[in-house]
Design a protein. Structure first.
Length: 557
């Protein structure tokens, strides 16, 4: 105990001499209801310290020779002791929660070799998942290719199929031909049409559609069959070619005579166009003058333009709508589609494997970021714990000061009534006396506050250990991320060779299956099982446990 006329304040008083300058602020880790600062005025009223001091002074108590605190002073000091104890219990409780939070914040990091194994496993899983599908597609590809070769050899074709991949251009050409012919013929026919230019264009459009339609059919069904290996198909091609061309020639000759007959009718004395007998006059003109007996230039123009358009349409039907040889286009497109489907599947395999590898790489990067964030979080918790500890110490000082102020007020009032009091009135308990409960003679020392202090110290040490653990894990996670990136880059760069090897393996398996028609599907399943041995569960892609949260292997366990 320190002897003085007035207890020394812990901390500093404000300039007004009555307010405490220390600001006590404790950030909340968890919501808690704790009285950090003593309510000096409330304690004084509750204990009726002034009244008790006056009553005791009037009764000349405590005795001038007493060495022990009277009941009022004892109760006051016990209140201060209990306040300090509650502060330390609160601090120990909050730091214990901080340790739990710091422990939970740690991120589990696997060994570097584990991430390499996971990348390799992901790659194998992608291959195994697609292998059966690839084999089926490759089998269809090889079969379609074989069918195409067989068709070409069977039909004596020593060239590749030739046709437009899209019919857009041939159709556009035919539409252009239709428009051009309709306009040309429309102008020619407008002179003999009752509806003028409009009637001529409509009539010309019908003629153009006839010429183009018969031309396409002649080229598509006639010309192409002329070159077929089977004699009956060649005969059929000749018949169709003659039929469509003859129909076009006859039709265009009739149109030309129709035009000339109309012109002659207009030139008669009546000058009127009789549509009802124009067709009959055209037939008579054809019979009298002969097929090519037209004398007017417009009639010859109709014939020539019509036959040219018909011939061009025949060429388009022969060359551009399909391969010149019948059914060659169908077989070639089947083979191309099968090959494209297989190539697309290989590309899908590449994308799936790359995505799986990159997902592990990204997971490792995420683990590194979380481990670094965990280290920062643990350090922040330690800083908060240190701040909390200092604030509790400041609060203890405030409790000690408040207790001694109330003791002094009691003694001053007592002395003012009775005169000089016991000798111990000049002695005030210090912080150590309040913390141990030895603020009066004959009191047994209490270890309650000390027990809480030891618990606080242990929690502080635990936080230091967790900081070191978090730092090690952050460094390990960073190394893991770098290794994942390195190994993933190697595997991605090697994907091309790996896909080529898988292509070769799948091709050989498909060839064996295609060359052995008696092979049962059960044998095929057996091969798949053999190739997939050792990969049980890999297709399911079980979640890797090398980035889970938790206190695994922490130093505190």
């Amino acid at each position: 105990m320190a002897r003085d006329d007035e207890p020394a304040p812990v901390g500093q008083m404000g300039e007004d001499g009555s307010s405490w300058s220390k600001t006590i602020w404790i950030p909340t880790i968890d919501e808690a209801d704790i009285e950090l600062m003593p309510d000096e005025e409330g304690m004084s009223k509750q204990m009726a310290i002034r009244k008790r001091a006056i009553d005791a002074g009037q009764a000349n108590l405590p005795n001038g020779k007493d060495q022990h605190l009277d009941d009022t002073q004892m109760q006051l000091c016990k209140n201060i002791f209990e306040g300090i104890l509650r502060l330390n219990e609160f601090l120990a409780e909050q730091l214990g929660k901080a340790v739990k939070r710091a422990t939970a914040a740690l991120v589990h990091v696997a060994e570097v070799k584990r991430v390499r194994a996971d990348i390799d496993k992901e790659l194998r899983a992608a291959l195994e998942n697609q292998r059966s599908h690839l084999r089926q597609l490759r089998l269809k590809d090889l079969q379609a290719e074989r069918d195409l070769r067989a068709f070409a050899r069977r039909n004596g074709l020593l060239r590749a199929a030739h046709y437009k991949d899209s019919l857009l251009l041939p159709v556009a050409i035919l539409v252009t031909m239709f428009v051009v012919e309709s306009l040309i013929n429309g102008v020619v026919l407008a002179q003999v049409s009752e509806q003028g230019v409009l009637g001529g264009v409509v009539m010309a459009g019908l003629i153009s559609a006839f010429n183009i339609g018969t031309g396409i059919l002649a080229g598509l069904w006639g010309w192409r069959n002329l070159f077929h290996i089977e004699p009956i198909r060649r005969v059929l091609g000749g018949v169709l070619t003659f039929a469509f061309h003859a129909l076009a020639v006859v039709g265009n000759i009739f149109v030309a005579h129709y035009r000339e007959a109309a012109e002659l009718m207009v030139g008669e004395s009546t000058g009127a166009l009789n549509i009802a007998r124009l067709g009959q006059d055209a037939v008579q003109h054809l019979l009298l003058a002969g097929p090519f007996g037209m004398t007017s230039l417009p009639a010859w123009a109709l014939l020539i333009v019509g036959l040219v358009i018909h011939a061009w349409a025949s060429k388009e039907g022969f060359e551009d709508f399909a391969d010149p040889y019948p059914a060659y286009r169908k077989h070639d497109r089947t083979a191309r589609a099968a090959a494209a489907a297989y190539e697309d599947a290989l590309e899908d395999l590449r994308d799936e494997a790359r995505h799986g590898i990159e997902s592990i790489e990204q997971e490792a990067e995420t683990t590194a970021r979380r481990a670094a964030a965990a280290e920062r979080a643990v350090r922040e918790l330690k800083n908060l714990a240190m701040q909390r500890h200092q604030e509790i110490l400041n609060s203890e000082d405030a409790w000690v000061t408040a207790g001694n102020r109330l003791l002094k007020m009691y003694r001053d009032e007592n002395v003012a009534i009775r005169g000089p009091g016991p000798a111990y009135f000049d002695v005030f308990p210090d912080a150590a006396a309040y913390r141990t409960g030895t603020f009066g003679a004959g009191l047994r020392r209490s270890a309650d506050v000390e027990t809480q202090e030891n618990l606080v110290k242990r929690h502080m040490d635990d936080l230091d250990v967790l900081i070191a653990e978090a730092r090690e894990r952050a460094e390990a996670a960073e190394a893991l991320s770098k290794e994942a990136h390195r190994h993933a880059s190697i595997q991605i760069r090697g994907l091309g060779k790996l896909i080529d090897a898988e292509d070769e393996s799948v091709t050989k398996a498909a060839e064996r299956q295609m060359n052995d028609p008696t092979r049962d599907r059960s044998d095929q399943s057996g091969d798949d099982a053999a190739e997939n041995s050792g990969a049980e569960g890999s297709a399911g892609r079980a979640r890797r446990n090398w980035s889970e949260d938790g206190p695994q292997n922490t130093r505190l366990q």
